[in-house]
Design a protein. Structure first.
Lengths: 325, 197, 738
């Protein structure tokens, strides 16, 4: 790890004050400290923002606001989350381990970087780590890599489970840039596809700090499910994950939400399949058809052809789990 | 960029084969190598911190890079907290920070002032073992003992959080603590034993 | 010496292992945890290319970093007499001649060692070491390279392959297993300290202190007694600690170079390239059975990966010669050199690999001939003799293991055809397999020191890597002497103690138990001898006639004739009694064959939509002779089965064939079973002592706990969904695409 100055910010204002040297915010540290140990992140200054950001889950007139500093485990056990937005809790609990959830902040979870092994191995080319060096996974070990939305620049997938649920529920990300300047980014626009700047994971402006995530009130608390397929039963990143949510009127689907992790550089929404489900009856056959619609667009790499079958199965399973009460 | 955007196979034609990329590695390294000569090596930064560990205040002039794990093991002679991977992938370094289980290898010591840290050494009460420590001995919840400190710290948290209603619930809660000896039978039994008290 | 050094004393220590308190309180010291004055830290730098030579190493930046004391490379190093020239390097048989060559054999090969005041400083400076290489072509891809290496006969052919090529039922299939990594939870570490110019003290993680001692005595041309190796608490091994790896020498060289004690702990990633692994393998089995259900013949071919600088031949086909009677048998093998580090023995070496193929093939055959796989096995077991040597088994209860295992899992609920037990998207299946291991025994010594208060300390150099060696020693000493357990202390894992073999190949308990029996009996005789001065009746008594208690000695007969230790000590003017005894295999090895065995059964469910496998029940019944410590043995067996679950479902090196190295070489990229992956595993022992193997009748269990696990799981998956998966690990993608 490269030596760095350590500064603790007591409030948002001091956290956002301009720094002389390349600075990096630290909250839970579960990803950043790891990246620093691997010499992938090499900040000159580390700014501790744990005291500068809200950490509460607060009901708002339009829905709910989750403070950026709220720990993943606190959110997963929050009563208003559990009653009105259980999909969030389900996704959180499918990720990492209890200890990591106790440490990791919601803001940090959203900003976590890919777990593509080449990104972590500084002896290999990786456009995300070192733009222009190439993508080792493209024709290398890409079993875990993307199947949609990628290009020759980068085939990494976004690792977060929480983000899959946040994407499904159309949340928004609030940030602050200076004391006066703040902004809102719809979740679907927050994470980026690799394009020509694979090193850029998201659209958060430079030096901005996520302050909270908001979810609008929605009717999906009764019928929702999170399915995660991984190489072992717990404490592993997804091969495929699916967040599914249905609003039902008796057997009829009023509206549906479907999103996936482990498939793309960002949490991926299956809009066409959602559209298809609207107005249909909630039956296994319909679910299967929706899953087929979702997977028709995916383009696996050399080693992850299985993701087509797995994704289809996972979507069907998630939808079925939505109606299993 | 919309999610509906499609990527055509054709776009791959742009990439030269991976072998060509690999052949390009040595020059890249040598380029970096000559750059490196001009590199200014940042000196280490020391910071004064007070940290409360097992209800005792320690004062350090610490390297800003020091993790809580290395602080415990290399600076406090509290080697009960184990290093099994140093990257948050095994749970051997689990301690409690303000009563919550956390990974000391991914925690900067610099962030610990004002927090109360409990390690395996702080679990027993004088000459009385913590019930979870006794249970681990009675149920043989370990073999080599290297993951045991972390297992016990997580097990204490598991009971405290009431996540003991079924074997499956215990197993899920404890899955952040790898045990290569595979002493999972005894670990689960230890937790059930303490939870039943 | 730690194992019993329980300070503070806990009020009411619970019943358990001798080192229990040290382990649950975090007080037990593992290699890197000793407090040594003036210590500094070493961090290795690995090669970034898989083959070629070092052209140039630039240390300029690294040397500028705070705290750096020195940097060792092949160009800058202290003299290692045993590696002084090419001839000596060859003679040393150390494997990788670390820092004694500019050649690069694999990615991650140590090219430099940075020594600095603190760990943070050494780690950062190591990242600043830059090297230029002359690159050479390389090959790390086992699968493609294996095809180019020819098979050779291994072992004697029995009968002829031609004679059974016309039997009605034949299975011929290929099996591929990815390399697996031991990954003990404690990363290998060494503290090296030169106490004087020719006196070396090592705190080191290994599975045999005497081997480490010999290696460094030889390399530095110093007497063995000048090398002290301490390995009291060892955080798992599974085979990775059975040889001396390059980093240990690196630490010793560093301590010489800076003339200070040096601590070197490998990173988890360095463990993947520095402490061995179970090699990748390819196998082909042809197995035939006649119309009556008798095995007609087997042809077993196997290849395993190795490095380009050492030839590691895994004995994959060995067990094929052990378990069943085959009228015709032929085995072939080959080693495939790759630009990877050298593999080594890993729990159930060879057998885990070979038995996966054999037991899968037998299962496949059972469906062909429509016979229950349990019955098919029972009908073909070689229960009378070792089919390879012809020697009669001393004891072999593998049949009882199978029968009991079938009862415990309720085998009768198994359906004879796949896809018959269905629960929604899940299919349920049962599977079983067996494993066997040649039960060995080595020469071992043990010592006892007895104090006037009647307390004894039983000692051996053997390590306890978590198997319960220390507790077993206490149990045996208690059983033989009748001294209460709370007065029996254990000291082990130190080369100054009576010598013992390495703890591997299931030999540990089998070897050391004999020594503990011998020394316990010797103690009885010694005390009887001293007691003669107080009571003539003790003259010439045998050890079996003598009873010891907390306070004194007595005779089983003759009205006991109690003599207190106090009296013995005073009469004979003793300070303490210090005796040592050795024990080893003898003529019984010419008369009998010895084996441990186990049968694994599992019930699992497979999700046909997502490929997820959930093991619901796992049962293992084992024949390990007499069980010296029931709880520890049960734990070891269930733990081995957890290892087998990993092997079956998730473990495997990921190798990038184009870049020439491992990828995802950490505990996030390399998965082994977490708590949730394993059910509560049911273990039972046959528990019949082997009267010939050693004085206790205990046979080693370390290997047989894992061997049959993976094929039992693969066979259950077939029983569930009808897919015969022959490549490990069986990850969810293989379930879906298989």
């Amino acid at each position: 790890m490269k030596p760095f100055n350590f500064i603790k910010s007591e409030n948002l204002e001091s956290a956002l004050a301009p720094q002389k040297e390349a600075a990096q915010f630290i909250a839970g540290g579960t990803n950043l400290v790891d990246l620093m140990k691997k010499n992938i992140a090499q900040p000159n200054t580390v700014l501790d923002v744990t005291a500068a950001l809200p950490n509460k889950v607060v009901k708002t007139p339009l829905g709910i606001s989750i403070g950026a500093m709220a720990r993943n485990s606190a959110v997963a056990n929050d009563q208003s989350i559990l009653s009105a937005y259980p999909l969030i809790a389900k996704a959180l609990l499918a990720g990492a381990s209890q200890q990591i959830r106790n440490m990791a902040s919601v803001g940090g979870n959203i900003l976590q970087r890919t777990r593509c092994p080449y990104f972590y191995d500084t002896t290999t080319p990786c456009n995300k780590r070192q733009p222009g060096s190439g993508c080792s996974a493209l024709q290398g070990e890409n079993r875990m890599s993307a199947v949609i939305g990628y290009n020759e620049q980068c085939v990494a997938v976004h690792p977060s489970d929480l983000c899959v649920a946040l994407a499904a529920l159309d949340s928004t990300v609030n940030y602050a840039q200076t004391k006066q300047k703040s902004g809102v980014i719809p979740f679907k626009d927050f994470h980026l596809l690799p394009g020509s700047t694979p090193q850029k994971d998201n659209s958060l402006p430079n030096n901005a700090l996520i302050t909270s995530v908001e979810i609008a009130a929605n009717p999906f608390n009764k019928n929702c499910a999170y399915v995660k397929i991984r190489d072992r039963d717990s404490y592993a990143f997804a091969l495929i994950s699916v967040a599914a949510a249905l609003q039902l009127n008796n057997k009829k689907i009023v509206q549906a939400r479907l999103a996936s992790g482990g498939v793309a550089h960002k949490p991926w929404r299956w809009y066409e399949a959602e559209q298809f489900l609207k107005g249909k009856n909630a039956t296994p056959a319909i679910f299967s058809e929706a899953a087929s619609i979702a997977v028709k667009d995916i383009k696996p790499l050399s080693q992850n052809g299985f993701k087509t079958t797995m994704l289809k199965g996972a979507i069907e399973t998630a939808l079925q789990n939505c109606i299993k009460i | 960029m919309s999610n509906g955007e499609k990527f055509k196979r054709r776009s791959f034609l742009k990439t030269s084969g991976i072998l060509a990329m690999f052949a390009a590695i040595p020059p890249t390294i040598s380029a970096f190598y000559s750059d490196a000569k001009k590199f200014f090596v940042t000196p280490k930064k020391l910071i004064k911190i007070n940290v409360s560990i097992n209800k005792k205040i320690y004062e350090f002039n610490s390297d800003s890079r020091t993790t809580l794990l290395d602080l415990l093991r290399e600076n406090c002679e509290l080697t009960g907290t184990k290093k099994g991977c140093d990257h948050g992938q095994c749970g051997a370094c689990t301690v409690h920070i303000n009563g919550e289980s956390a990974l000391s290898c991914l925690t900067l010591a610099a962030m610990m002032p004002g927090k109360e840290i409990t390690t395996i050494e702080g679990l027993a009460n004088g000459d009385q073992l913590h019930p979870m420590q006794s249970a681990f001995i009675e149920c043989d919840g370990f073999q080599c003992g290297y993951c045991t400190s972390g297992q016990i710290m997580s097990a204490v948290a598991c009971v405290k959080k009431g996540q003991t209603r079924s074997v499956a619930e215990i197993k899920e809660f404890m899955s952040g603590n790898l045990c290569r000896c595979g002493a999972y039978n005894g670990i689960v039994e230890s937790i059930q034993k303490v939870a039943a008290k | 010496m730690g194992f019993f050094d329980n300070t503070p004393n806990f009020a009411t220590p619970p019943e358990g292992r001798v080192e229990g308190i040290a382990k649950v309180t975090g007080k037990g010291k593992y290699a890197a945890e000793y407090s040594v004055k003036n210590i500094c830290y070493g961090v290795l730098v690995g090669s970034t290319v898989p083959a070629g030579a070092i052209k140039n190493i630039n240390l300029e930046n690294a040397q500028q970093a705070s705290g750096v004391l020195d940097i060792i490379t092949h160009l800058r190093k202290p003299l290692v007499p045993g590696m002084a020239d090419e001839a000596k390097i060859k003679e040393a048989r150390f494997g990788l001649p670390v820092f004694h060559t500019n050649k690069i054999y694999f990615k991650g090969q140590p090219i430099a060692l940075v020594i600095a005041e603190t760990l943070e400083e050494a780690t950062y400076a190591a990242s600043l070491v830059e090297a230029e290489y002359i690159s050479e072509p390389f090959n790390v891809d086992f699968e493609t390279h294996a095809k180019t290496i020819e098979l050779k006969e291994i072992g004697k052919e029995k009968g002829s392959v031609d004679t059974w090529s016309t039997v009605p039922y034949i299975v011929e299939a290929e099996f591929n297993i990815k390399a697996q990594v031991h990954n003990p939870m404690e990363m290998h570490a060494t503290i090296a300290e030169w106490k004087s110019i020719d006196q070396l003290k090592l705190y080191d993680k290994n599975q045999g202190v005497n081997g480490v001692q010999r290696t460094f005595a030889r390399l530095f041309s110093i007497p063995e007694k000048n090398v002290e190796v301490i390995s009291e608490f060892v955080g798992g091994g599974f085979g990775s600690g059975l040889r001396v790896w390059p980093h240990v020498l690196a630490a010793v060289m560093a301590a010489k170079q800076v003339n200070r004690p040096v601590k070197l702990m490998l990173t988890r990633q360095q463990m993947f390239a520095g402490t061995g692994y179970r090699p990748a393998s390819w196998q082909k089995i042809t197995l035939g059975v006649d119309a009556s259900g008798k095995f007609a013949g087997v042809f077993h071919r196997a290849k395993n990966g190795s490095s380009v600088y050492e030839n590691f031949a895994e004995n994959i086909t060995g067990t094929t010669r052990l378990i069943y009677h085959f009228a015709n048998l032929k085995t072939q093998s080959a080693v495939v050199p790759l630009n990877l580090s050298t593999p080594t023995w890993m729990r159930g070496p060879g057998d885990c690999t070979g038995v996966f193929a054999l037991e899968s093939a037998i299962d496949e055959l059972s469906y062909q001939i429509k016979q229950d796989p349990v019955a098919l096995r029972l009908a073909n077991l070689a229960l009378d003799k070792n089919p390879n040597t012809g020697l009669p088994w001393s004891t072999n209860f593998i049949n009882e293991c199978i029968v009991r295992g079938a009862e415990l899992i309720q085998w009768k609920n198994r359906k004879t055809l796949p896809n018959q037990l269905v629960d929604g998207d899940w299919s349920i299946g049962y599977g079983m397999a067996v494993g066997m291991w040649n039960a060995g025994r080595g020469n071992a010594s043990a010592g006892i020191i007895m104090q006037k208060d009647g307390s004894i300390t039983v000692q051996t150099a053997m390590t306890d890597i978590g198997t319960g060696t220390g507790t077993g020693m206490q149990n045996i000493a208690h059983e033989i002497t009748a001294i209460p357990k709370n007065k029996i202390k254990i000291e082990l894992g130190n080369s100054n103690l009576p010598p013992a073999p390495s703890q591997g190949g299931s030999n540990g308990m089998s070897s050391v138990s004999g020594a503990v029996v011998a020394v316990s009996k010797a103690l009885k005789l010694k005390l009887a001898e001293y007691a003669v001065s107080l009571n003539e009746l003790y003259k010439g008594v045998s050890a079996d006639e003598v009873l010891l208690s907390a306070n004194g000695i007595s005779l089983k007969t003759n009205n006991n004739q109690f003599v207190s230790y106090t009296d013995i000590w005073e009469k004979n003017k003793l300070t303490e009694i210090d005796i040592e005894a050795s024990s080893g295999p003898g003529a019984e090895r010419q008369k009998f064959a010895f084996c441990s065995s186990a049968a694994h059964f599992c019930k699992l469910r497979v999700n046909r939509k997502t490929g997820k496998v959930k093991i619901e029940q796992m049962v293992c019944v084992a024949d390990g002779g007499k069980i010296v410590n029931d709880e520890a043995a049960t734990n070891q067996m269930s733990g081995a089965a957890v290892g087998g679950i990993g092997m079956a479902l998730m473990e495997g090196h990921t190798v990038d064939a184009k870049l020439g190295g491992l990828i995802g070489d950490d505990l996030a990229g390399y998965h082994f079973a977490v708590n949730a992956d394993a059910p509560i595993i049911k273990i039972e022992f046959i528990g019949k002592p082997d009267p010939n193997i050693n004085p206790t009748g205990a046979k080693g269990l370390g290997e047989v706990g894992i061997i049959g696990t993976a094929p039992a799981i693969a066979n259950a998956i077939y029983n569930a969904i009808g897919k015969r998966l022959r490549d490990l690990p069986i990850s969810p993608d293989k379930i879906l695409m298989g």
